[in-house]
Design a protein around this ligand. Sequence first.
Ligand SMILES: Cc1cc2nc3c(=O)[nH]c(=O)nc-3n(C[C@H](O)[C@H](O)[C@H](O)COP(=O)(O)OP(=O)(O)OC[C@H]3O[C@@H](n4cnc5c(N)ncnc54)[C@H](O)[C@@H]3O)c2cc1C
Length: 291
Amino acid sequence: MKLAEMYKKRGLTLSFEIFPPKPETPIQTVFDTIEQLRDLHPSFISVTYGAGGSQKGRTVEIASKIKQAFGLEAMAHLTCVGHTMTDINQLLAELKTAGVENVLALRGDPPQGQPDFDFNRGEFRYAIDLIRHIRRSNNFGVAAAAYPEGHRACPRISTDWKNLQAKVDAGVDVLITQLFYDNRVFYQFLETVRAMGIRCPIVPGIMPVCNAKQIKRILTLCGASMPAELLLIVEKYNDSPDDMRKAGVEYAVRQIQDLIANGADGIHLEPMNKPDLAREILAGIGYLPAK
Ligand SMILES: Cc1cc2nc3c(=O)[nH]c(=O)nc-3n(C[C@H](O)[C@H](O)[C@H](O)COP(=O)(O)OP(=O)(O)OC[C@H]3O[C@@H](n4cnc5c(N)ncnc54)[C@H](O)[C@@H]3O)c2cc1C
C-alpha cells in the first residue's frame, strides 16, 4: 500500500522508524526488533539510510524483509548525496523487486569527516532532484523531510519553507518532520505552511528522550531545540538512567496525546530500535492495553 492511501484511512496512522545495525552486528538483531514492533500494529515501518550512503545494502535488505517476511508495509529512506543516477536507479529497482512501495526521498548530509563536501558535484543536489527523478521514472509513494524549526543549514526559516513548498509541489505525498519537543513550534509551523498552500499530510516525528548524553548528541547534530521543561528533566536525571527513561516516556506520551488531540495527521515514532520503549509509549497513550 502506498503512503497516500495509508494516511486516508480512519484512525491513527502510526509508523515506526528503525535503523540498520552497525556492520559488525548481526542483521538478525534488527529482524528481532521488527518482529516485536509488528505486534504493535504499525501502518508501516521505515528504515533509515546510513549517513553519506553507508550501509545502503542493509536499508534495502531490511525494508525488503519487512515487506516480504513480516507482511508489513515498509518505507526505505534514500539519500541522494554522493550517489549517481545509476546508483539510485539500482536501489529503486531493488526496492521495486522486493515489493517496497514507499520511499523517503532525502538529500542527506555530507559524508562523515567531510564538512566541506561539495553538494554541486553530483547529479542530485537537493532532495527535490531525487523526488523529480522518482516521479519521472517510478511508481513509488514518496515522503520527504520537513523541519518545524527550519533546516539548520538554511539561513532563513522562511526560505527553508519556500524550499519545502517547492519540494512538495514536485510530487510529495507525505511530509515527515524532524524530531521536536515543543508542540507549539510544530503548530506554528503547521499554520504557516498550510497558509502557504501545502496540503499533504504532515506527520510529526517523535523521538523519546531516554538517555541524556544521547539526546544532547542528537540535538547537536540536527539543530532542534530543547524546551526548558525537558532541559530540567535531563539535568535532574542525568545520573539516573532508569528515572530518565521513565520521565522520557512520560514526556513523549504527553507530547503525542496533545498532538493527537490537535488533529495530527499521524505519528512517526523513533523508538531507537527498542520495541519495549515503543510499547510503553503506545500503552501510555491508550493505543495498546497496558501490560
Ligand atoms: C524524517 C527524517 C528522516 C531522515 N532520515 C535520514 C536518513 O535515513 N539518512 C540520512 O542520512 N539523513 C536522514 N535525515 C536527515 C537529512 O538527510 C538531513 O537533514 C539533510 O541535511 C537534508 O535532507 P533533506 O532531504 O531535508 O534536504 P533538502 O530538502 O534538499 O534541503 C536541504 C537544505 O537545502 C535547502 N534547499 C533546498 N532546495 C534548495 C534550493 N533550490 N536552493 C537553495 N537551497 C535549497 C533547504 O532549505 C535545506 O536547508 C532525515 C531527516 C528527517 C527529517
